[in-house]
Design a protein around this ligand. Structure first.
Ligand code: AMP
Length: 380
């Protein structure tokens, strides 16, 4: 499946190409046609699955026909749990709204910030991305009206309810017209979500995207037991002997990421480190190069792992173990996607052995172990 045959207009396709979105993610394959078709949708998918674009694109396409041009009346309302998500989602709307022939204005509003600038900014807004509490404050002072909303989105609905916004959500729903499209995205399907589904959604198309934890069986895993000081030579040996072409390596600190990349370069392996101390521009350049196979090895810290949105990687190496099993799964998850299988290798020093057992237990998986004590790494 490509984006070309999904009913999106050529101007959207251009932006997708510029963003390096080569193929739709599974949630996009299912949600885009359903939303274009004006169905209600229940999407069970986590952040990182591509859920934002899965609704932003079709909602904007539909908006071209539905747009309401009454002052301070929004056409699309997106409810989110946090300020961070509000800003993120608004950025995606703003990015893709550039493809529209009509001018579409999108705006984020959230609590914990002064209300006055947000009130002023609401003039001529078509898409409003809001946290529930602040939205009600703005409705109260007539800064925005919800009576013309054509599409309601609840993004990270489980978090919205966890944060105690249930009452606010119900109040907001009372302001909306009966006839509208409803889209609800949640990482989990619990009782709260089932209840709210029944109130909000009409005959929804249900889309469930398997999480990385469920995908873990697609990954070939191995663990090399090795003394800490021999991890460097073993890493070089593995990259060279297995002929690895695109490798993502994780370390636990910025200094270690720099040192590992440095050593790899000195032994003739094209490697760069990426972490919070590098400027944004430099990080983007490195990621683009890595994505396009123009850089063989990227050494990253966990802080940045979320930003590395490469759909599939053949190799991930844990140079050091992360603190939590969840992060371990997140790190290696990017090698096992759809039909492609990848390899995840962990280098375990004697000090890390106990922690490694904890990770295995939490994952409910035994990882094959390779004892490297006899491996001759001299001169590598
Ligand atoms: P989300 O789950 O919406 O937070 O998206 C996770 C990340 O995936 C974001 O950084 C998006 O830019 C990126 N992304 C979404 N869809 C695609 C795609 N089809 N191809 C490549 N990257 C994508």
């Amino acid at each position: 499946m490509t984006f070309n045959n999904m009913g999106l207009s050529p101007s959207f396709l251009k932006i997708l190409e510029a963003q390096n979105y080569i193929r739709p993610y599974p949630i996009q394959e299912e949600a885009i046609p359903a939303i274009l078709n004006k169905n209600d949708v229940l999407g069970i998918a986590k952040t990182g699955s591509g859920k934002t674009a899965s609704y932003v694109l079709p909602v904007l396409m539909n908006l071209q026909k539905d747009i309401v041009l009454k002052s301070r009346h929004v056409t699309t309302l997106v409810l989110v749990p946090t300020r961070e998500l509000a800003v993120q989602v608004n950025d995606v709307f703003t990015l893709f709204a550039r493809a529209m022939s009509q001018k579409i204005k999108s705006q984020a509003v959230f609590g914990g910030a002064s209300i006055n600038p947000q009130m002023k900014a609401l003039q001529n807004v078509n898409v409003l991305v809001a946290t529930p509490g602040r939205l009600l404050e703005l409705v109260d002072v007539n800064a925005v009206h919800l009576s013309e909303v054509k599409t309601l989105v609840l993004d990270e609905a489980d978090k919205i309810l966890n944060k105690g916004f249930k009452k606010e959500v119900n109040q907001i729903i009372d302001f909306l017209p009966e006839r509208r499209q409803n889209l609800l995205f949640s990482a989990t399907l619990n009782d709260d979500i089932s209840n709210i589904n029944q109130i909000i959604l009409h005959d929804p198309i249900v889309i469930k995207i398997e999480s990385q934890e469920e995908n873990i069986d697609l990954i070939t895993q191995s663990a090399y037991f090795i003394a800490e000081e021999k991890k460097g030579p073993l890493l070089r040996y593995l990259i060279k002997s297995k002929g690895m072409s695109q490798v993502l390596i994780f370390t636990s600190s910025v200094a270690r990421a720099d040192r590992v990349a440095d050593k790899l370069r000195k032994s003739g392996i094209d490697a760069q480190s990426i972490h919070r101390r590098k400027k944004q521009g430099a990080r983007t350049d490195l990621l683009t190069k890595f994505k396009h196979d123009k850089l063989r090895v990227l050494v990253a810290t966990d802080l940045l792992s979320r930003g590395i949105d490469i759909e599939f990687l053949p190799y991930v190496i844990n140079y050091e173990l992360p603190r939590s099993p969840k992060v371990f799964v997140h790190r290696i998850g990017r090698t096992g996607r759809a039909e492609s299988t990848g390899e995840a290798i962990s280098l375990i020093s004697p000090e890390e052995e106990h922690h490694f057992k904890v990770i295995e237990k939490k994952m409910k998986k035994r990882i094959p172990k390779i004892d490297c004590s006899d491996l001759d790494l001299a001169g590598i």
